[in-house]
Design a protein around this ligand. Structure first.
Ligand SMILES: Cc1cc2nc3c(=O)[nH]c(=O)nc-3n(C[C@H](O)[C@H](O)[C@H](O)COP(=O)(O)O)c2cc1C
Length: 200
């Protein structure tokens, strides 16, 4: 069981989503000794936003790419191979301006590739990344869970399902910026939920 942790907090390891992910990984490693954990830090090493040249390079078969296209496509190729090679995906997901971070969106744009992570069939789209489990650790200043303003939950469920990852569990730490006094309790409650998930 290998775990890929994709982080995107602007606050690095101090980010609340990062703190939840660190806790998750520490507990998970105890339960899965000897497993490999890979971290992709999108805030420290952002993936370039998708543009026309990158899209063209990504869509060109590897043996037909020009040297320039090979360099452009290498970023997404690597992100896809990394995702394919891990069993468990942990996304640290801050809420910024009512959505996911732009760096996480850039990662999603990189790993969504027709014929590789999904394909279209006569019966509709089919996700090609089967048998994986994902955990989304969401940190938010306000409270959105279960309301129409929670854009992150349906979006991430839809996207992950589209590429074949249908087993997705969300853990939320909300109201983090509503009262500084409450922060430790909110984080402790989310960590306790993580402990339950991992020991289940
Ligand atoms: C640029 C920016 C935008 C934010 N926008 C929102 C928002 O739209 N809704 C919200 O509830 N919190 C918002 N927040 C608060 C964050 O969700 C909160 O700080 C959370 O802890 C971020 O996760 P992180 O600590 O892992 O980075 C914002 C914070 C920043 C820095």
């Amino acid at each position: 069981m290998n775990l890929l942790y994709v982080s995107s907090s602007l606050f690095g390891d101090q980010g609340k989503s990062s703190q939840l992910a660190d806790h998750f990984i520490a507990q998970w490693q105890q339960q899965n000794p000897g497993s490999r954990v890979t971290r992709r830090d999108l805030a420290a090493n952002p993936i370039p936003h998708l543009d026309g040249a990158i899209l063209q390079a990504n869509m060109t078969p590897a043996d037909k790419r020009t040297p320039e296209q090979q360099a452009l496509a290498a970023v997404a190729d690597e992100a896809i191979a990394e995702l394919q090679n891990h069993d468990v995906l942990v996304l640290g997901v801050p809420m910024y301006n009512f959505g996911i971070s732009s760096t996480l969106k850039a990662w999603i744009d990189a790993v969504a590739r027709a014929g590789t992570t999904f394909r279209y069939t006569a019966n509709g789209p089919e996700g090609l990344l089967k048998g994986k489990k994902a955990y989304v650790l969401a940190a938010r200043g306000g409270a959105y869970q279960g309301t129409p303003n929670d854009t992150q939950t349906p979006y991430l469920k839809t996207f992950l399902g589209f590429i074949g990852i249908t087993d997705v569990t969300f853990v939320y730490a909300e109201k983090l910026n509503m009262s500084a006094d409450q922060q430790p309790q909110i984080l402790a409650a989310a960590k306790a939920e993580i402990d339950k998930l991992i020991s289940a």
